[in-house]
Design a protein around this ligand. Sequence first.
Ligand code: HEM
Length: 416
Amino acid sequence: MSNLEKNKVTRRDALKLIGVGGAGLLIGATGIEAATDKVTNFFTPNKVDASELLPFYGEHQQGITTPAQDFMYLASFQLETTSKNEIKTLFKKWTEAAATLSEGKEIGDSDVLSSPPADTGEAIGLQPMKLTFTFGVGPSFFDKLSIQSKRPSQLKDLPHFPGDDLREEWNGGDIAVQVCANDQQVAFHGLRNLIRIGRGIVSLKWMQHGFQRSQGSDPSGSTPRNLMGFKDGTANPNPKDKDEMNKHVWIQNDNTPTWLAGGSYLVARRIRIRVEEWDRSTLNDQEATFGRHRQSGAPLGEKDEFAELNVKKKDSNGNLMIPADSHVALARGNGKVKILRRSYSYTDGLDIQTGKLDAGLLFVSFQQDIEKQFIPLQEKLAKMDLLNEYIEHNGSAVFACFGGVKKGSYIGEGLI
Ligand code: HEM
C-alpha cells in the first residue's frame, strides 16, 4: 500500500471523526461527502516553501538574530572525554548534520536493513520549518580539555545574585546547543540526532524545551506574550539593524580569536514564575510590576506599545508614571546597556513537592560582553525589581557561541 493510500481517511474514519456513531443520526449524502473531504484535506501535503529553510552556513550562526521560531530546545552537554581529537571529530559530524537537517534532509544512510537507520526518522517528509542550530561552549569546556589559555576571560560562571535559588540540575554545562524550529517534532528530531551522534563523547547535562504562541495563531506577527500575560520583546534592539547588532550582540574586537569572531555570548536563566501568586494579584499591581499596560504593551500612561518609554515622566500629582522599581524602569536604566533577548516560555508540568505548576521563562539573551551588559543589568534587577515577588531563578549558564561557519569548515575550528 502506498503512503498516500495509507494516509487516506476512510469514510468510516470520517464518520467517527465527525461524531456520527451508530445512534442512527441521519445526515445527507452530500453532508457526509463534504465532511469526508474536509477530513481528508487534513492529510493533504503542504507545498514546500523555500522560505522555510535557513541555511546553516553563513557569516553568523543562525538562532541569534533569527526571528524567534515557535519552539526551541536548549541542551547543555557535558564532555565524557578529555581527547581534543574526539571533540574535533564530533564538531565536524555535528556541523555536517546541522547543515543537512536544516535543509529538511535526513542524515546518513537509513536504508541498510542490517543496521540501525542513521536518521531517527521522525522528521521524514517534513519541511525544514526554519530549523536552526546554535552551538557554544561553556567555561568548563576549557578546563576539561586543558586549554584554559584559550578561554575568553569573561567566559566564567555568573556571580551569585540576590534571590538566586539555583539547582545543580539546571546549571552550567560544557557545550550548548540551541535548536529552534516552527515545528516541535522537527526541532526535537534535530536535537535528538545530535545527542545520538555524540553518544560516548558527550552526554546531556540538562535540556529545556521552550514555546511561544505559534505564528499560525498570530499571523499579524505581533509581540508574543509570556506566561504572565504581557507582551515580551517590545523594547528589544532590532535584529535587522546591523549597527545595533555590531554594537551590542556580535563579539568582534581586535583581540577576538577567529573561532569566536562574529559569535556572541549566550546567557540562559531558567526562571520559574510563581503563576499561582501572579494570578491572584490585581491588574493594577501587575501593570505596576512591569511598568507597561497588559493589553496594549504600552508604557504606563501611553496608548501605543511602541510609544517612547520615559522613566522620568510624572502624573499631575507629581508621581512617576512608571514606578522606579518596575521591571522596565530598572531594565531600561539610562538606555545605553542593551541585550538581545530571545526567551521562550516553558512548562514542566506539576511540581509534585508543592502541587504547583512548574512553569516560567527560559530567559535567553545574547550579548557582546557579559560583564558590561548582562551582569550589571541582573545585579540591578535582582536587588529591587518588583517582579522578584513572582519569580525565582533556578538555573543559570553562560556559553560563548561560535562565529558563523563557512562551508568546508566546522564549528569551533581553530579552538581545538
Ligand atoms: C521571568 C522573568 C522575566 C519576565 C517575565 C520579563 C518580562 C519582561 C517584559 C514583559 C518586558 C517589557 C516588554 C519588553 O520590552 O520586552 C521586559 C523588558 C525587559 N527585560 Fe525582562 N523579563 C524577565 C526577566 C528579565 C531578565 C533576567 C533580564 C536581564 C537581566 C531582563 C531584561 C529586560 C530588558 C533589558 C527589557 C527592556 C527594557 C527597556 O529597555 O524597555 N528581563 N521584560
